[in-house]
Design a protein around this ligand. Structure first.
Ligand code: CP
Ligand code: NVA
Length: 308
């Protein structure tokens, strides 16, 4: 059974199928109270472990609710409170958990932890964010763009700010879903070359543009994220803020994009740092649809992992 580790390691056909499933599952639940079980209960009798080595609101709640809607059960585990946080190896943890649960979702620091978990688990493993990538988020983002504006293929997405883990998964999605991508931010915070290369090799146009106002010309979607990620040292904060201030997403910047351009942020946001409240709460913003679609997209990811 496949793991969902990253967008660049999952086939475009499978990713597209998951988006389609997510939309169908969302439509089937339209207007129902949140606690209503899904009619088909695909996860009946299944147990899912949700492991968090970093804080989370959306990932934690959307996975938990999604599993329950599909008829399964969850256990939410804090890495610190597990033996994992006290010296037990990832490999041993993976082999033990595989005797109890049907699926493992892990949010962790090092990508190697995720890899080791999936290498040794005999059940599928889902990447709930690492220092390098955040694939579940971008599945929800692609779904959200397409709900509002139709196919994302051929569109221009602009990332403003830090070329971080969420930006990396956007570059993977550019390659896999066929959209163009422009990064605008300081050179020291550029996305990793290897991810830029991936998207280009898949046929996407990827541009790096230091001037944010030039970058957003012709943009269909503008995206940003926190200037300081959970894995960044607190000591980086002041320097990051100074480096990134010019890349704040303002209404003035939004006005330079295409008239129907959308704004996205994975959240949590730092209002009036990376984006103004005016933009977050403005007509182009689809941030809460993105948050909702984490639920639907991840339900489709879990079904794919379990072949359901
Ligand atoms: N966007 C996202 O992953 O949010 P959480 O950190 O709250 O899970
Ligand atoms: N880049 C952020 C995303 C949070 C969902 C972080 O890693 O902290």
């Amino acid at each position: 059974m496949p793991s969902f580790l990253d967008l660049h390691t999952t086939s475009p056909a499978d990713l597209r199928a998951m988006i389609d499933t997510a939309r169908a599952m969302k439509e089937a639940r339209a207007g129902l109270p949140r606690g209503t079980p899904d009619a088909d209960q695909p996860l009946a009798g299944r147990m899912v472990a949700l492991i968090f080595e970093k804080p989370s609101t959306r990932t934690r709640v959307s996975f938990d609710v999604g599993v329950r809607q599909m008829g399964g059960q969850t256990m939410v585990l804090s890495g610190k409170e597990m033996q994992l946080g006290h010296g037990e190896t990832i490999a041993d943890t993976a082999r033990v958990l595989s005797r109890y649960v049907d699926l493992i979702m892990i949010r962790t620091f090092e990508e190697d932890t995720l890899k080791e978990m999936s290498d040794y688990a005999t059940v599928p493993v889902i990447n709930g964010l690492t220092n390098r990538t955040h694939p579940c988020q971008i599945m929800a983002d692609v779904m959200t763009y397409e709900e509002h504006r139709g196919p994302i293929k051929g569109k221009k997405v602009v990332w403003a700010g830090d070329g971080n883990n969420v930006c990396a998964s956007f570059l993977h999605a550019a390659g896999q879903f066929g959209f163009d991508f422009t990064f605008t931010g300081p050179q020291t915070l550029d996305p990793e070359d290897v991810w830029v290369k991936f998207a280009r090799e898949k046929g996407s146009t990827v541009a790096i543009e230091r001037d944010p106002f030039k970058a957003v010309e012709g943009a269909d979607l503008i995206v940003t994220d926190t200037w300081v990620s959970m894995h960044d040292p607190e000591s980086a904060k002041e320097r990051r803020h100074n480096q990134l201030r010019a890349y704040q997403v303002t209404q003035e910047l939004m006005n330079r994009a295409n008239p129907d351009a959308l704004f996205m942020h994975c959240l949590p946001a730092h209002r009036n740092d990376e984006v103004t409240s005016e933009v977050m709460d403005g007509p182009a913003s689809v941030i809460f649809d993105e948050a909702e679609n984490r639920l639907h997209a991840q339900k489709a990811v879990m079904r794919w992992c379990l072949g359901l």
